[in-house]
Unconditional design. Structure first.
Length: 248
């Protein structure tokens, strides 16, 4: 496969993943396996993916801000709780063997498929006046660790935590989610850079695609709706999980 074709595949994958990440989550379940398929070691793919995540979330935050959806004070406070977990998760991730990482990734992807298939249809709710649950803050630490470690599916965990514990509507859930991921991705990416686990050319092309997808994803999140991508996401995850687990 030519280098140009690889970069084209990465850009398209990034755009789809960026759109998915904003509206639901699980976009990294496309980008990570695709980069592994294109020849990167798992740890390098995991680090390279963070460049795309960083640009996608920055683009999404900007898009939400343009549509008057922002509350940086709360978002930053939550992100500060996620930061130490993310750094710890990234440090653990770079110490894993390539084979162990692929097996963990494959199992997690299968779990994501079931969560997509069996998740109940989300209904928007209005912001409530009740105080957020105190469980929100330890939940952010745990989600931060998971995001720093592997990132795949962290959007689902963040959405559940923010929706049920912060008690805001789904548009604001997504608004906070992308800001939190943007903040904790900065130190997580630095861990992968320092340990030489980033492919810069792949990362930059992926980042461009994810920035485009993230911008449009935020626009769609404001208007509502994510149903169109579910079938494509499920099929792609199953194929890549089967490959990673060596079933065929």
């Amino acid at each position: 496969m030519s280098e140009i074709l690889k970069l084209g595949i990465l850009f398209i994958t990034g755009a789809v993943a960026g759109f998915i990440n904003v509206n639901a989550g699980g976009g990294s379940s496309l980008t990570l396996p695709v980069m592994i398929f294109l020849g990167l070691d798992s740890s390098v793919a995991n680090g390279t993916n963070r460049i795309g995540i960083l640009t996608q979330t920055f683009s999404s935050v900007s898009s939400f801000h343009k549509h008057q959806y922002h509350d940086f004070k709360i978002s930053f406070k939550l992100a500060c709780f996620a930061l130490p977990g993310a750094i710890a998760g990234a440090l653990v991730s770079v110490k894993l063997s390539d084979d162990a990482f692929q097996k963990i990734l494959g199992v997690l992807m299968i779990g994501i498929v079931f969560s997509i298939i069996f998740s109940s249809k989300k209904k928007d709710i209005q912001s409530q006046n009740s105080e957020p649950s105190w469980w929100l803050y330890p939940a952010m630490i745990g989600v931060g660790f998971y995001g720093g470690f592997i990132q795949v599916g962290v959007g689902f965990l963040l959405m559940a935590s923010l929706y049920y514990l912060l008690k805001v509507n789904l548009i604001r859930v997504n608004m906070h989610k992308v800001f939190i991921v943007f903040i904790y991705t900065i130190p997580a990416l630095m861990v992968f850079v320092i340990t030489d686990n980033v492919h810069w050319l792949f990362g930059i092309v992926l980042a461009l695609g994810m920035a485009v997808g993230g911008w449009w994803g935020a626009k769609m999140a404001v208007k509502g709706g994510e149903k169109i991508i579910r079938i494509v996401l499920i099929v792609a995850i199953v194929i890549m999980a089967v490959k990673l687990l060596g079933i065929f």
